[in-house]
Structures are given as C-alpha cells and as structure tokens.
Design a protein around this ligand. Structure first.
Ligand code: HEC
Ligand code: HEC
Ligand code: HEC
Ligand code: HEC
Ligand code: HEC
Ligand code: HEC
Ligand code: HEC
Ligand code: HEC
Ligand code: HEC
Length: 434
C-alpha cells in the first residue's frame, strides 16, 4: 500500500516540480525588469482608457504560454527605443485587433475554425463588440482548458451576460457547478471557435443528442413521431417551461431544404418585405405570397419555400431549461384551436453572417390553405382552423397507430364494394374492346 502511495506521490509531485522549474529566458527576464516591477506601469490610450502594462511573472509561468517567449508574440518590439519613446495607442480595442493574426503561427487550426464563425464575420464587417482571440483568451494567464474553472470565468459571460445568468440557474449550469465537466457549458453546445448563429441549421439540436443519446427513444414512448416533432420544435420550446413561443417560418431552398443565406452586399430580405408590406408591420397572406413571388423572380437558382418551426422568442429563455418533470407534455398546448405558440408568427431569412433577419407575419396565415402551398411539411393538428386538414391528419395518425386493425376492417367493410367495382371495370373493359 505504502509503495503504491509513494508512487502516486511521486507521479503527482513531478509535474508540479517541473512547472516550478520553468524559468523565464534571459530575454524575457529583461522585459520583466520593467513589466513586473513594483512601480505601476500604465499607459493612456488616445481614447482615454488606462491600460495596465503589468505582466505578472508568476501568472505567466503558471500559464500554458510559459515556454513561449514574449517576443514570439511581440515581434515588433523596437529594442533601441522601447520604453524610452512613447508610442501612441489608439484604443484597447484597436491594440487587440493589431494582434488578430499573431496566433496563426502556432494555432492554425483554431484560427481556421474561428474565421468561419459568426463572431469573425461580425469583426470583418466592422463590429467593435464581437470577440477576437484575445477577448476570450488572456495570453499571459491562459490556463490549460482541462482546468475546471468556476463557470463565471467562461469568456462568453463578459458579453452575453443575460444568457449567462439564465444558464447559471438552469439544469446544466447547476449540474456543472455540482459535478463539473460532464454537464455542458456554452462551448459544448455552440462550439468554442466555429460558433454559428443559433437558429441556423440543426447543429445545436444535434449537440443535445450527442450527450442525451437515448432522448429520441425516450420521447417516442409518449410522443408520436418524435423525430418529426424534434425537426420542427426547438428543444427549449418544451424544456423551458416559462418561455414565450412562436412560429418561425424559415426560408429554405425548395430543392435541398437548406436555409437560404442572404448574399453579402445584396440586401433583399428587408427591401422585399418592406415593399410587400403595406402597413410595414406584418405580412398578411396576400403580402406573403407576393413577397415570395418577387423573391423567387430575383433568385431563379434558389427557389424559396417556407419551413415552419416552433421556437422560443428570446435567446435568454433558450437557456432556462428545467428538469424533465416541468417539460411540456400536454398535447393540447399545441394541438388545439387558439394554441398560444401559434399566436405569434415571424418570417425569417438568415443574414450573411447567419443571424436571423425577421419580419412579422399575421397569425391567420397559418390558417390559410393557399399559403400552405409554399409551406411544405409543417402543420400541427388542431392548432389552426383548417378543419378538413385536421380530419385528414387524424385519419393519418389513426392509420399509423392501428394499421393492422384498420387494414382488416377496411378490407371487410369495402369487400362488397370492391367486388362490385371490379365487375363494373371488367364490364367497361369488354365494352371498350367491343
Ligand atoms: C502567446 C502570445 C503572447 C505572449 C507569449 C506574450 N504576450 Fe503580451 N500580449 C499578447 C497579446 C495578444 C496582447 C494584446 C491583447 C491584450 O490586450 O491582451 C498582449 C499585450 C501585452 C501588453 C500590453 C498590455 C495588455 O495587457 O494589453 C504588454 C505590456 C505585454 N503584452 C507584455 C508581454 C510580456 C512582457 C511578455 C513576456 C513575459 C508577453 N507579453 C508575452 C500576446 C502575448
Ligand atoms: C526599460 C523598461 C522596459 C523594458 C526592458 C521593456 N519594456 Fe515594454 N514598455 C515599457 C514602457 C515604459 C512602455 C510604455 C511605452 C509607451 O507608453 O509607449 C512599454 C510598453 C510595452 C507594450 C505595450 C505596447 C506598446 O508598444 O506601447 C508591450 C507589448 C511591451 N512593452 C512589451 C515588452 C517586451 C516584450 C519587452 C521585452 C522584449 C519589453 N516590453 C521590455 C518599458 C519597458
Ligand atoms: C468566443 C470566445 C473564443 C474566441 C474568440 C476564441 N476562443 Fe479559443 N477557446 C475558447 C474556449 C471557450 C475554449 C475552451 C473550450 C473547449 O473547447 O473546451 C477555447 C480553447 C482554445 C484552445 C485550446 C483547445 C484547442 O482546441 O486546441 C486554443 C489553442 C485556442 N482556444 C486558441 C484560440 C485562437 C488562436 C483564437 C483566435 C483565432 C481563439 N482561440 C478564439 C473560446 C474562444
Ligand atoms: C509561438 C507560438 C505560440 C503563439 C504565437 C501563440 N501560442 Fe498559444 N500556445 C502555444 C503553446 C506552445 C501552448 C501550449 C499547449 C500546446 O502545445 O497547445 C499554447 C497554448 C495555448 C492555449 C491553451 C491550450 C490548451 O490546450 O489548454 C490557448 C487558449 C492559447 N495558446 C491561445 C493563444 C492565443 C489566443 C494566441 C494569440 C494571441 C496564441 N495562443 C499564440 C504557443 C503559441
Ligand atoms: C445545452 C446547450 C446550450 C448551452 C450550454 C448554451 N446554449 Fe446558447 N443556445 C442553445 C440553444 C438551443 C439556443 C436556441 C437555438 C434555437 O433558436 O433553437 C441557443 C441560443 C443562443 C444564442 C442566440 C440568442 C438569440 O438571441 O437568438 C446565444 C448568443 C447563445 N445561445 C449564447 C450562449 C452562451 C453565452 C452560453 C453560455 C453561458 C450558452 N449559449 C450556453 C443551447 C445552449
Ligand atoms: C467580446 C464580446 C463577445 C464574447 C466574448 C462572445 N461573444 Fe458571442 N457575440 C458577440 C456579439 C457582439 C454578437 C452579435 C450580437 C448578438 O447577436 O448578440 C455575438 C453573437 C453570438 C452568437 C449568434 C447569435 C445569434 O443571433 O444567432 C452566438 C451563438 C454567440 N455569440 C455565442 C457565443 C459563445 C458561445 C461565446 C463564448 C465561447 C461568445 N459568444 C463570446 C460578442 C461576444
Ligand atoms: C413536445 C415537447 C418536447 C420536445 C419538443 C422535446 N422534449 Fe424532451 N421531454 C419532454 C417531456 C415532457 C419529457 C419528460 C418525459 C417523462 O415524463 O418521462 C422530456 C424528457 C427529456 C429528457 C429526459 C429523458 C429521461 O427520461 O431521462 C431529455 C434529456 C430531453 N427530454 C431532451 C430533449 C431534447 C434534446 C430535445 C430536442 C431534440 C427534446 N427533449 C425535445 C418534452 C419534449
Ligand atoms: C455535454 C453534454 C450535454 C449536452 C451537450 C446537453 N446536455 Fe442536457 N444534460 C446533461 C447532463 C450531464 C445533465 C444532468 C444529468 C441528467 O439529468 O441527465 C443534463 C440534463 C438535462 C435535462 C434535465 C433532464 C432531467 O432528467 O431532468 C434536460 C431537459 C436537458 N439536459 C436537455 C438538453 C438540451 C435541450 C440540450 C441541447 C440544447 C442539452 N441538454 C445538451 C448533459 C448535456
Ligand atoms: C410544443 C407543441 C407540441 C406539443 C406539446 C405536441 N405537439 Fe404534436 N406537433 C407539433 C407540431 C408543430 C407538429 C407539426 C410537425 C410538422 O408538420 O412539421 C406536430 C405534429 C404532430 C403529429 C403529426 C406527425 C406527423 O407524422 O406528421 C402528431 C400525430 C402529433 N403531433 C401528436 C401529438 C401528441 C399525441 C402530443 C402529445 C403527447 C403532441 N403531438 C404534443 C407540436 C406539438
């Protein structure tokens, strides 16, 4: 026992010793004579902010960059004049942006993923709020991502404060605090670098199912065609019990079914919805149809149809998931005339960066058969007033549920009629031959 204990102690002790052994190179020690001194070194930016120039040697040595030299990242330090001649700094943000490409040499993969994200697109469109690498990582103090930090240290919390607060109190946030990494934090659902707009595609839903592998089967126990429900209802609709809900009519390609993205620099959605909408508030059935017609005239290659989906109305409520006992189970919440989730309808198209652009639609559109022509595969039985469709779908459902019985019964019921028809057909055929 004590031998094993000793071995463990040794194994545990060695890396700690190794970390202690790491020392700054001579070159870096030189930097730190000024940057980790007792005097508080600060700098004023032209925008009026105060930037601390103190770099803690202790934190730096504990960080993942402890074997990276200062000048690997700060290549352009002018040895002769540095620290003696003042160099103007426009603003903190501008300074950070000047290091935007400095990580590429060593972290190519992450840079490539990030370049594909909604954040990077916002930055390249001139956003001064969307993050670059340094907004999420402090190069001088970055710990290993294996270290489980308090959830409040997640970089996303700085900018998506309300969502973080909601998350911190929901099933996952609480579980994360209690049990650590098995429960998801922002990046486990959204990814950390290739972050896409939330309502684009099905990546978020798929991420739920990578952890909750048996969820589809468990829902199937009580929810008929749960696959279909999953396709057209975002998980938080049922799992965030207090959320407000709405129908989102997403514009998708008639052929592949992929969401249509507005081309950069070619504004169509806003222009065409405005043009179609007399009152500029929400589209009625006629206006929606004329909008689609105009849109399809301009986009002959990608004919747009609508794909309905139930979703929560605010980004915050998507992060208020509750324990399963509180989830919506009552079919009537959706399958009933006047069902509340169907009282609010929006039309959306994905903008150039994937984020949704929206325009209101009158809820009566859902009741109209003609509008349905452009809306393949979204119809919640009972929620609208198209009685004929209700009856048809109830029949379909009954059919699915009791195919064998229905089959036999129908066989019996229609036996006489079928034989009569057969005889008639034969008679007609012989008449024709004659
Ligand atoms: C892995 C790359 C990297 C290494 C290694 C690194 N830095 Fe930095 N440093 C940056 C980046 C990126 C910024 C600008 C972004 C920011 O504000 O964090 C920066 C900013 C600074 C600043 C301006 C103040 C500030 O925090 O914004 C000082 C001073 C500085 N570094 C000194 C050092 C010194 C001294 C060392 C070595 C002990 C060092 N850096 C090592 C990447 C690095
Ligand atoms: C003699 C002291 C001294 C030494 C040595 C020194 N610095 Fe500085 N450093 C300063 C001062 C002072 C400033 C503020 C200059 C200003 O206001 O323009 C500064 C600013 C910086 C900044 C902020 C951006 C800028 O250019 O203003 C970075 C980054 C930085 N130093 C990195 C380093 C690195 C890396 C080394 C080692 C290679 C180093 N410094 C060595 C004194 C020093
Ligand atoms: C929006 C915030 C955010 C931005 C922007 C961001 N990261 Fe990250 N990064 C994270 C988070 C969160 C993690 C750890 C989460 C995880 O994947 O487990 C991480 C992990 C990493 C890791 C270690 C894990 C790995 O995949 O190798 C590296 C290296 C890294 N980031 C580099 C970068 C670089 C370089 C950039 C700029 C191109 C960048 N990050 C931009 C949030 C961000
Ligand atoms: C000169 C090479 C170099 C540069 C430039 C560099 N890094 Fe690193 N970085 C490393 C090394 C080495 C590690 C140690 C872990 C490893 O091998 O991935 C590391 C680790 C990291 C980690 C933690 C990875 C983990 O697995 O926990 C993050 C996050 C990170 N770097 C972000 C950045 C960011 C952001 C920048 C740009 C501001 C940057 N790095 C620039 C060399 C570099
Ligand atoms: C359990 C998975 C999960 C976690 C963890 C998670 N999200 Fe989300 N997030 C979602 C889902 C699902 C949506 C809604 C997508 C939809 O429209 O169906 C969403 C939407 C968003 C949106 C878009 C909101 C809007 O206004 O449309 C942002 C921003 C966001 N999340 C940021 C975060 C941040 C920051 C964190 C961490 C504090 C986080 N998310 C944690 C699953 C998650
Ligand atoms: C420096 C600030 C900043 C940080 C840090 C940050 N974001 Fe963002 N993020 C933004 C801004 C600004 C937008 C665009 C405005 C918006 O939609 O909220 C955005 C947009 C998003 C969107 C798209 C929202 C939509 O409408 O679909 C998602 C998803 C998202 N962020 C997730 C994250 C996650 C996850 C993290 C942490 C890994 C994170 N963000 C870190 C500033 C930030
Ligand atoms: C129509 C509403 C509805 C939708 C849509 C829905 N759920 Fe559920 N879910 C429920 C209800 C109700 C329960 C509790 C069932 C019970 O009583 O056992 C549940 C249970 C769960 C459970 C717990 C399973 C268990 O018994 O261990 C998980 C995990 C879950 N859902 C995840 C998801 C995910 C992920 C999605 C999206 C892909 C989703 N749900 C979509 C209503 C829904
Ligand atoms: C990284 C893995 C992971 C991801 C991704 C994830 N979850 Fe979870 N989820 C957990 C863990 C762990 C728990 C708490 C333990 C449990 O009850 O299963 C949990 C709990 C839940 C519960 C409560 C179940 C109950 O028994 O009361 C629901 C509902 C749920 N998750 C839905 C979702 C939805 C919806 C998504 C996607 C938006 C999602 N989860 C994404 C790991 C994950
Ligand atoms: C949160 C709202 C919601 C709840 C709760 C809900 N449904 Fe649905 N259901 C829908 C929507 C929306 C559709 C339309 C799906 C489509 O056409 O894409 C649908 C479709 C259906 C269909 C047709 C499926 C098919 O194969 O086309 C049946 C059957 C059905 N629901 C039965 C039920 C039953 C039974 C319950 C209760 C156990 C229930 N639903 C609970 C929203 C809901």
């Amino acid at each position: 026992m004590s031998a094993i204990l000793c071995l463990f102690m040794l194994l545990w002790w060695q890396p700690a010793q190794a970390a202690d052994d790491i020392e700054l190179s001579e070159e870096d020690v030189a930097c730190q004579t000024c940057h980790d001194g007792k005097d508080h070194l600060v700098k004023k930016t032209e925008a009026g902010e105060t930037v601390s120039l103190m770099i803690s040697t202790k934190d730096f040595l504990a960080s993942m960059h402890n074997e990276t030299s200062c000048t690997d990242c700060h290549e352009d330090i002018d040895e002769k004049n540095h620290g003696k001649v003042e160099v103007p700094m426009e603003s903190k943000r501008a300074y950070r942006m000047s290091y935007q490409d400095s990580c590429t040499t060593c972290h190519k993969k992450n840079v490539a993923k990030y370049k594909d994200s909604v954040h990077a697109m916002l930055v390249s469109d001139g956003s001064d709020k969307a993050p670059t690498c340094s907004d999420c990582h402090n190069s001088h103090t970055q710990l290993s991502i294996k270290v489980v930090e308090p959830i409040a240290n997640v970089p996303c919390a700085n900018c998506h404060k309300k969502i973080f607060e909601a998350y911190a109190q929901d099933v996952h946030g609480l579980e994360r605090v209690a049990k650590g990494k098995s429960a998801p934090i922002c990046a486990d659902c959204h990814q950390s670098h290739a972050i896409q707009a939330a309502s684009l595609g099905s990546a978020l839903k798929d991420s739920c199912l990578t952890c909750h592998k048996d969820a589809a089967a468990k829902h199937e126990d009580w929810l008929p065609n749960s696959g279909r429900h999953f396709e057209s209802i975002s998980c938080p609709v049922c799992h965030a019990p207090d959320a407000q809900r709405r129908v989102n009519l997403r514009m998708v390609d008639a052929v592949g079914g992929a969401q249509l993205l507005e081309k950069k620099g070619v504004p169509q959605f806003e222009r065409l919805t405005q043009a179609a909408d007399d009152g500029n508030t929400s589209l009625n059935e006629r206006e929606l149809r004329s909008f689609l017609k105009e849109f399809n005239l301009e986009n002959v290659d990608n004919k747009a149809i609508l794909n309905g989906r139930l979703e929560v109305r605010s980004g915050v409520s998507a992060h208020q998931l509750a324990e399963k006992e509180k989830a919506l189970k009552d079919c009537k919440i959706c399958h009933q005339a006047g069902a509340t989730p169907f009282q609010s309808v929006v039309l959306t198209m994905a903008g150039p960066d994937g984020r949704a652009m929206r325009h209101g639609v009158e809820k009566e559109v859902l009741n109209s058969l003609t509008a349905m022509g452009t809306m393949r595969g979204f119809y919640a039985i009972g929620s609208t007033r198209i009685k004929m469709l209700d009856y048809l779908l109830v029949l379909v459902v009954l059919g699915v549920l009791c195919v064998p019985i229905a089959h036999l019964t129908a066989n019996q019921l229609f036996k006489g009629r079928r034989e009569k028809l057969k005889a008639q057909r034969q008679a007609a055929q012989t008449a024709a031959e004659k």
